[in-house]
Design a protein around this ligand. Structure first.
Ligand SMILES: Nc1ncnc2c1ncn2[C@@H]1O[C@H](COP(=O)(O)OP(=O)(O)OP(=O)(O)O)[C@@H](O)[C@H]1O
Ligand SMILES: [Mg+2]
Length: 255
């Protein structure tokens, strides 16, 4: 039975890929409930099925068992109610940042311009409207990609290792930026990351996935005030807790 009252409900979802090499079970019986406005961090070993799960939620892959239900509606195709941020920004290099952000938007030109201004401000890129993606740093380009998605008011933003390609310092700054954007915008976010500190810094809960075919292994709620202090004792305790849970979960496997 689907409980339509919850915001995003992932219920007994399984996914097996079939190709000429045979069958690859990627996801097995994943059940997870995401609350409105929540930030959920997802970690798991490489190749376990995290991207597959986000793609199913995005509707980019329509064949799966079980139910993914967003505000009462089973997800079967892509829609503007779900935004997707990839590891690379995927901005179009021949368009300016403002053209990228507003691409395909319809309606009154002045309104769109105003919206672009608001979202450029939200992601801290005011003044860079006329620049091209190649003129931005990796972190700035990723923020532009976030603006391009948030301007369409998705109900949920899915982030697949969005900061994976950035250096450690830029990454830390960007974690702060993402938290700021999340706080300002209130959009529900689900982020896959390989970075345990990042998962704890941003997540209301950290979901630990098992080796492929992946299932939810443990869920660790992070009960720390925001913005979180990476140097605090409490943060270090959560770090140990997540590392222990992760090691237990993957056993002999490697990250
Ligand atoms: N289109 C596809 N066809 C066949 N197999 C696929 C397909 N997409 C993914 N897989 C397989 O499903 C499994 C899970 O892949 P997925 O990309 O979801 O892992 P992941 O957890 O995101 O890994 P990483 O942490 O390295 O990004 C892998 O074994 C992969 O080879
Ligand atoms: Mg992946």
């Amino acid at each position: 039975m689907i409980d339509n009252s919850s915001f995003l409900k992932i219920a007994k979802v399984s996914k097996t890929f079939s190709d000429e090499n045979g069958k690859t079970p990627a996801i097995k019986n994943v059940t997870l409930e995401v609350y409105k406005g929540e930030f959920v961090s997802i970690i798991g070993p490489s190749g376990c099925g995290k991207t597959t799960l986000l793609r199913l939620i995005a509707g980019l892959d329509e064949e799966y068992e079980g139910d993914i239900v967003l505000e009462g509606k089973r997800i079967e195709k892509p829609g503007l109610d779900r935004g997707f941020i990839f590891q690379e920004h995927r901005l179009l290099p021949w368009l300016t940042i403002e053209e990228n952000v507003s691409l395909g938007m319809e309606g009154n030109k002045e309104n769109i311009k105003e919206q672009v201004k608001i979202y450029m401000e939200k992601v801290g890129l005011s003044g860079f409207e006329k620049k091209y993606p190649s003129q931005l740093s990796g972190g700035m380009a990723q923020r532009a990609a976030i603006a391009r998605t948030l301007i369409r008011h998705p109900k949920v933003l899915l982030l697949d290792e969005p900061l994976g390609a950035l250096d450690a310092l830029t990454k830390m700054n960007m974690q702060g930026e993402i938290e700021r954007i999340w706080t300002a915008d209130g959009t529900t976010m689900m982020m896959v990351t390989h970075d345990i500190d990042e998962a704890i810094f941003l997540g209301d809960r950290v979901v630990i996935m098992s080796h492929r075919p992946t299932e939810v292994d443990q869920i660790i709620p992070i009960d720390l005030p925001r913005p979180r202090d990476r140097k605090s004792k409490a943060f270090a305790e959560y770090r140990n807790m997540v590392i222990n849970a992760f090691n237990e979960s993957i056993g002999a496997y490697q990250i």
